[in-house]
Design a protein around this ligand. Structure first.
Ligand SMILES: C[S@@+](CC[C@H](N)C(=O)[O-])C[C@H]1O[C@@H](n2cnc3c(N)ncnc32)[C@H](O)[C@@H]1O
Length: 220
């Protein structure tokens, strides 16, 4: 894997990718968290997702080990594994590459476990989660950016994905990145009981219906 795409991109955006050996060594420092299916990770300048890809593979190995006999449980737990990984990058091509890379890792694992029971609805749900979790934005200003990498007025929003009833109904709760970070933010009083950021919206649907009605992207 090359660590640099062009000198211009290094000069403009500091784009130098981390080598595989370093990625693995750094993930080993938090190896227990990488094995917890719903452990949350944010790569704030994710590039094409070197860290997220390694963590996803580690989590999916656990999902396979625990749930390979049940496509239903494998699907739900793989959604939790993927849904707890977040990335931000200022370059749209990096975000697209990151999403497709994570999708391919998930798809390979899916086919190897669920085989003939694989469903295009679940595939759509996974793509929807990736569209939301890998955000084209500026990690300094916490805003989404346009195709010229300029800030828009739209704040970066992250979705929390859970199965609170342990059934097929997936809950999505949206929080602004700004207030997840800032203890003193005006909305801090509105945080939930876990001390998390300001709540924006909540949605509930069967996990296989995710993305049916609504475009995933953050409006700019
Ligand atoms: C040093 S690379 C690291 C990529 C990846 N995390 C890795 O370790 O391989 C830095 C990345 O940050 C992105 N970037 C630069 N400025 C940014 C900003 N203000 N907000 C979000 N991403 C930014 C670049 O596009 C580039 O992909």
């Amino acid at each position: 894997m090359t660590q640099i795409k062009s000198r211009q991109r290094v000069a403009d955006h500091g784009e130098v990718f981390t080598g595989e050996r370093e990625v693995r060594a750094m993930c080993d420092l938090v190896s227990d968290e990488c094995l917890r299916i719903d452990s949350r990770f944010l790569e704030p300048a994710c590039g094409d997702g070197n860290f997220l890809a390694e963590i996803l593979q580690r989590k999916l190995a656990v999902v396979k080990e625990k749930y390979r006999r049940s496509p239903y449980d494998w699907e739900r737990n793989s959604l939790l594994a993927l849904g707890s990984l977040y990335g931000v990058d200022i370059l749209a091509d990096n975000c697209a590459h990151c999403r497709s890379r994570l999708y391919k890792i998930w798809e390979r694992a899916y086919r190897s476990v669920c085989r003939r029971e694989c469903s295009d609805d679940t595939r759509r749900a996974v793509r929807f989660v990736l569209e939301r979790n890998i955000v084209c934005g500026n990690a300094r200003t916490l805003r989404c950016v346009d195709e010229a990498q300029q800030d828009t007025k739209v704040p970066i929003v992250f979705s929390e994905w859970t199965f609170p009833q342990n059934n097929a109904f997936l809950h999505r709760k949206d929080y602004t990145f700004a207030e997840l970070l800032d203890e003193e933010a005006p909305g801090a009083a509105a945080r939930n009981s876990d001390g998390e950021g300001t709540f924006v919206q909540e949605y509930v649907c069967h996990y296989r219906r995710l993305g049916e009605a609504e475009p995933a992207g953050q409006e700019t």
